[in-house]
Ligand binder design. Structure first.
Ligand code: NAP
Length: 328
């Protein structure tokens, strides 16, 4: 007697549907595109790079365009990831959304709050997915620190973000131009972590912005802020740091001292290192999140870090300092 057909069928595993792979185009092939986006996309199961748009650079093996409008008109379909500087990003974002493209944008999400609100509103009207990224929020120790702090009384926060601009931003003239953010460009990373680990309102009480005589944006900023109406938060952003570089956030809570160090990659509690589960990196996490955002047609665009920068400019005193030259 033959085996019942049903029994044979039962032994066949159900077909596995692979997750959809979204074609994606990278725009603005500069430092961060090469350092992080290209490797993250190459390793991604969710995205396949199909094109690059850059006036002076190309990426091998994909369609290359020097003009963004031409790419939108003639280039391959799919999502778009913008790595251009913030001052030119909004016009590109609005064109991409108008063309129906799902969009991921580097930080800071735009040059002003008004611009990012326009981008959000356009994506909402068009029904396109939008992800305004904050890569530092995906550093390995940020989520553990946020979880450890949840429910504790926060007494004081002090941010020290001091780095050498010549080392990290060589030849990037745009950072000194209006809309280029100056030292707020790295400083906003600290603010993105602050607003992740300390949910709730934060307002700026005072700010000092040191602007080189030959620049439009600050090279040094100090901020006095208040979180949740009563918690003092200070920030010290400086681009003139020689030698060791510092990206620390100290949080004093109920007699304990938590320090998020190395830009959120490491954590100490009362001076002792806290083991943190290693991750595969901030940018692979960003692209996984972008895939979820596309799948759910969502908009993820938190403006809280940008609001603090804007408030610092409104509240602060601007001081002119010595001219600064990128090439010493
Ligand atoms: P970048 O090296 O200057 O690269 C940006 C690229 O955008 C340029 O190479 C340029 O390529 C293109 N671009 C288009 N229009 C431009 C314009 N009007 N002015 C200047 N460039 C223009 O800058 P980046 O360091 O990659 O930073 C880009 C964004 O990523 C910034 O928002 C930054 O905050 C963010 N980010 C940077 C880092 C980092 O470590 N550098 C880390 C995280 C996030 P073409 O000339 O070929 O068009």
């Amino acid at each position: 007697m033959p085996w019942p057909a049903k029994a044979t069928e039962m032994t066949v595993p159900p077909p596995v549907t692979p997750p959809p792979v979204t074609p994606i185009t990278l725009v603005g092939i500069g430092k961060i595109a090469r350092d992080q986006h290209l490797p993250a996309i190459a390793a991604s199961r969710d995205f396949r790079l199909v094109a690059a748009v850059s006036r002076n650079e190309t990426v091998p093996g994909v369609a290359n365009f020097t003009d963004f409008d031409r790419f939108l008109a003639e280039g391959p379909a799919g999502a778009v990831s913008l790595c251009t500087p913030p001052a030119v990003r909004t016009a590109m974002a609005l064109k991409a959304i108008a063309a129906g493209r799902d969009l991921m944008i580097e930080k800071p999400p735009a040059a002003t709050l008004g611009e990012i609100e326009t981008i959000i509103s356009a994506a909402r009207a068009a029904g396109t997915a939008l992800f305004a990224t904050w890569h530092s929020r995906h550093a390995a120790a940020v989520a553990p620190a946020r979880d450890w702090l949840a429910g504790r009384r926060i007494d004081r926060v002090a941010i020290t973000w001091r780095e050498d601009v010549r080392r990290w931003h060589p030849g990037q003239d745009w950072i000194w131009q209006p809309g280029g953010f100056g030292v707020f460009d790295p400083g906003i990373n600290a603010l993105s972590v602050l607003t992740e680990i300390l949910p709730g309102p934060i307002h700026v009480d005072a700010a000092r912005l040191e602007v080189p005589a030959n620049a439009a944006t600050p090279i040094g900023v100090t901020l006095d802020m208040t979180a949740r109406g009563s918690v003092p938060v200070s920030a010290d952003f400086d681009w003139r740091q020689q030698g060791p570089q510092t990206w620390d956030i100290l949080i004093e809570t109920e007699g304990r001292r938590l320090v998020l160090g190395q830009g959120g990659a490491a954590m100490t509690l009362d001076g002792a290192a806290v083991p943190v589960t290693p991750t595969d990196g901030e940018y692979p996490a960003l692209y996984r999140r972008f895939a979820q955002i596309i799948a759910t047609r969502a908009i993820d665009a938190d403006t809280a870090p940008l609001r603090i920068c804007a408030d610092a400019c409104l509240r602060g005193r601007q001081v002119t300092t010595d001219p600064f030259h990128d090439r010493a």
